[in-house]
Design a protein around this ligand. Structure first.
Ligand code: HEC
Ligand code: HEC
Length: 300
């Protein structure tokens, strides 16, 4: 065999190996695809809320969650958190958070039990994480955990008061927490005074309606649970009418002329327009209604 022949046969063998490896990889990809599809289709994955992930999966998910939040919180500059703020934050915490997260000496309510992931102890969180990360988590919520976003419930200023309270939790004894609560009136004032607060929300009132923010609000208020809305992803339940083309319809709910003012009115107080409507009052603020109306207006 001369040199040239040897090189040719080496090349041929290499070519054959490449083809075989190629076929093997393609077969593997197809098999994985079929496996994954079957796994989904035959319901092999147990979605029970009591079926904890395996330790490695749990660790990776937590890492992904922590990294994601840290990345997004980097730009946030916390204000100085005073004890006066913490006192306001405590009232909100008791109404909206304690049922899931508990408090010093207070266990999780039925809602917060039996969840996976379990709502964490926030005294621990306050030690492990920075105020900006806590703020981000509360404002934006955490997908696929059950932690809601509160940005359409509270202003940024209000969220900082909650953060101020959480920051105090690591040092708070059960007795101290009980003493704080002892002075509360029977019915602590509902914290949701977004419309009167002198806040960024108020400043924004003068601003042009923001349709992008309006689109986010459609998720924030759970509109997508009842309506099919172009540009959003949801359960397509059709409890309410699909909103495709709502921007060019003559009437809202068949009774109001479709103007911007009327749309804002409908979104905020549908039961004032029609006491028997199945569309509930969702506590929509003026600004949020304007932003949502701006988005709906684009649907043609
Ligand atoms: C319906 C139950 C529920 C309610 C109500 C709720 N949370 Fe959560 N919260 C969760 C769950 C579940 C997680 C995510 C657990 C995880 O990190 O895996 C979470 C995560 C968090 C985190 C991030 C914790 C961490 O260690 O990174 C913060 C901060 C937080 N919640 C604060 C609040 C505040 C403040 C409120 C009230 C305004 C609130 N939560 C209301 C269930 C809830
Ligand atoms: C619990 C289910 C439910 C939720 C949540 C809900 N809606 Fe509705 N919506 C309805 C129903 C039902 C109607 C029809 C009302 C009627 O005709 O009396 C309706 C009507 C409407 C209409 C008028 C549609 C038309 O064809 O004229 C608009 C616009 C609308 N909803 C927007 C929203 C927005 C935006 C949100 C979130 C802030 C929302 N809805 C939340 C059930 C819901």
């Amino acid at each position: 065999m001369n040199n040239q022949d040897r090189q040719d046969s080496v090349r041929k063998i290499r070519k054959r190996i490449e083809i075989h490896v190629g076929i093997a990889i393609a077969a593997l990809v197809v098999a994985m695809g079929v496996g994954a599809a079957g796994f989904v289709y035959w319901g092999a994955y147990n979605v029970s809320a009591l079926q904890q992930h395996t330790e490695p999966v749990f660790t990776i998910l937590n890492l992904a969650l922590d990294r994601s939040i840290r990345q997004r919180a980097e730009e946030i500059e916390p204000p100085s958190l005073t004890s006066q703020m913490a006192e306001q934050g405590r009232l909100i915490y008791q109404q909206k958070c304690v049922q899931c997260h508990g408090a010093p000496g207070v266990g999780r309510d039925d809602v917060g039990k039996g969840m996976t992931p379990v709502p964490p102890n926030l005294a621990h969180t306050a030690k492990a994480k920075g105020a900006a990360e806590v703020f981000w988590s509360v404002k934006h919520g955490i997908k696929m955990t059950g932690m809601p976003s509160w940005q359409f419930t509270f202003t940024d200023e209000q969220i900082w008061t909650i953060v101020a309270f959480i920051e105090q939790m690591p040092e708070m004894s059960v007795a101290e927490y009980q003493a704080m609560n002892a002075n509360d009136s029977e019915d602590p004032a509902p914290p949701r005074d977004v419309t009167t607060a002198s806040t960024s929300a108020e400043v924004r009132n003068a601003a042009e309606p923001d349709s992008e923010r309006g689109k986010l609000a459609l998720y924030g208020y759970g509109c997508i649970a009842c309506h099919r809305i172009p540009g959003t992803v949801g359960p397509h339940a059709d409890v309410g009418p699909p909103l495709k083309g709502i921007g060019e319809r003559r009437y809202i709910a068949g009774v109001l002329a479709n103007t911007e003012e009327n749309m804002v009115h409908w979104l905020r107080h549908p039961t004032e327009v029609d006491p028997l409507t199945a569309m509930p009052d969702l506590g929509v603020t003026e600004q949020d209604a304007r932003d949502m109306a701006a988005y709906l207006e684009t649907l043609r």
